[in-house]
Design a protein around this ligand. Structure first.
Ligand code: NAD
Ligand code: TYD
Length: 359
């Protein structure tokens, strides 16, 4: 059994699906179901005996203690977070509470649980083989100029947004819990993900959604900010590899060697949509591109040096941006109901009816 936090979110849900493609080992998903957590992402698993779900907050120590003692996970994969930079600028409070304080509570309850595990065992959780894998971002490293080499694991943490600062803080906590208490912690810092089930507030799903809805495609500033894009399934496979073979106490950068300016990403999406679902008036979706005011403190460039995970663990991305973006646009075209659901409020009402007062 593994415990996944934030498994109803974008990467967590993709991770659980990827996990069951490779193993039958059960998963317990602990998720608060914020606006970003959607059980429809895991609907295929509703009757699957390998999958368990609990709605709850990583800040709830009593719940964490109960779950750990009941289910005896052999690993914890910590995805739960507030994850959107623009939201962190508008209201950083939740980012501090979940990403920093929540991670602290989770680390403390994990330490308590880990201390009580047997040193070794033939099967089931034991102290030696237990792992806490902290899922983090390349944004903790700050920003690069066009001339800088990509981020390596040895780069200092120089976060610029409240989101990045909150993730950097939790990276430091995870690291310290290894060095001070010996907790077998692994940290991964990944670049921008894209793919199925991503909430349509991040650039790629937002552009697909707005294009189809006939709305403007907002380009912040000059649109020449660079991100390194990785197809989400590749990220999930990398996490599995780090869990299986990573060295406790180590950090692994994960990236696609796929730097692209935002303008190119948006134009590519428009081109794929022009071919797959042409506009009724025969014009191109790129006409909807609209330059808007830049994000405050906007990081200019992220780029990942993923040589360590390639060299030490043999992981490499399988998907190119060109193939991944076609798959992603195709997924959103086929799942208009999912997008309508997560953007309409109907889903939130269902969550409150189903779980009201228990989250
Ligand atoms: P997401 O916002 O889609 O999902 C986050 C999930 O965490 C949601 O299901 C939400 O309900 C849950 N959650 C939030 N607060 C919680 C709490 N207090 N207790 C329990 N559950 C809570 O995020 P994502 O894009 O899937 O990102 C997952 C992780 O990967 C995050 O830690 C993020 O920092 C990291 N990451 C994301 C990217 C990216 O491009 N999206 C890249 C690198 C790293
Ligand atoms: P985003 O998906 O929010 O990820 P992050 O900020 O974590 O990298 O944004 C990706 C890039 O796209 C970033 O440079 C900001 C830019 N962007 C836009 O130009 N317009 C938009 O509407 C959004 C959401 C992002």
């Amino acid at each position: 059994m593994i415990l996944v936090t934030g498994g109803a979110g974008f990467i967590g849900a993709n991770f659980i699906h990827a996990w069951f493609k490779h193993t039958d080992e059960p998963v317990l998903n602990l998720d608060k179901l914020t606006y970003a957590g959607n059980l429809a992402n895991l609907a295929k698993l509703n009757d699957d005996p390998r999958y368990l779900f609990t709605r709850g907050d990583i800040n709830d120590r009593d719940l964490l203690g109960t779950l750990l003692n009941q289910h005896h996970p052999r690993a914890i994969l910590h995805f739960a977070a507030e994850s959107h930079v623009d939201r962190s600028i508008l209201g950083p409070g939740e980012f501090i509470q979940t990403n920093i304080v929540g991670s602290f509570h989770l680390l403390e309850m994990t330490r308590d649980y880990w201390n009580r595990l047997p040193d070794t065992s033939q099967d089931g959780a034991n102290k030696r083989d237990f792992r806490f894998l902290h899922v983090s971002t390349d944004e903790v490293y700050g920003t690069l100029t066009p001339e800088d080499p990509p981020f390596a694991e040895t780069n200092p943490h120089l976060p610029n947004s409240p989101y990045a600062a909150s993730k950097a803080a939790s990276d430091h906590l995870a690291r310290a819990w290894h060095h001070t208490y010996g907790l077998p912690v692994l940290i991964t810092n990944c670049s921008n993900n894209y793919g199925p089930y991503q909430f349509p507030e991040k650039l790629i799903p937002l552009v697909i959604h707005n294009a189809l809805a006939g709305k403007p495609l907002p380009i912040y500033g000059d649109g020449m900010q660079v991100r390194d894009w990785l197809y989400v399934e590749d990220h999930c496979l990398a996490i599995m590899r780090v869990l299986a073979a990573g060295q406790p106490g180590e950090t692994y950068n994960i990236g696609g060697w796929n730097e692209k300016p935002n303008l190119e990403v948006v134009r590519t999406i428009c081109g794929v949509l022009d071919a797959a679902r042409p506009r009724a008036d025969g014009r191109g979706y790129a006409e909807q591109m609209t330059f808007v005011q830049d994000r405050p403190g906007h990081d200019r460039r992220y780029a990942i040096n993923a040589a360590k995970i390639e060299r030490e663990l043999g992981w490499r991305p399988g998907e190119s941006f060109e193939s991944g973006i076609v798959k992603t646009v195709g997924w959103y075209l086929e799942h208009a109901d999912w997008v309508a659901d997560v953007t309409s409020g109907a889903y939130r009402q269902w969550v409150e009816r189903q779980y009201g007062g228990r989250g």
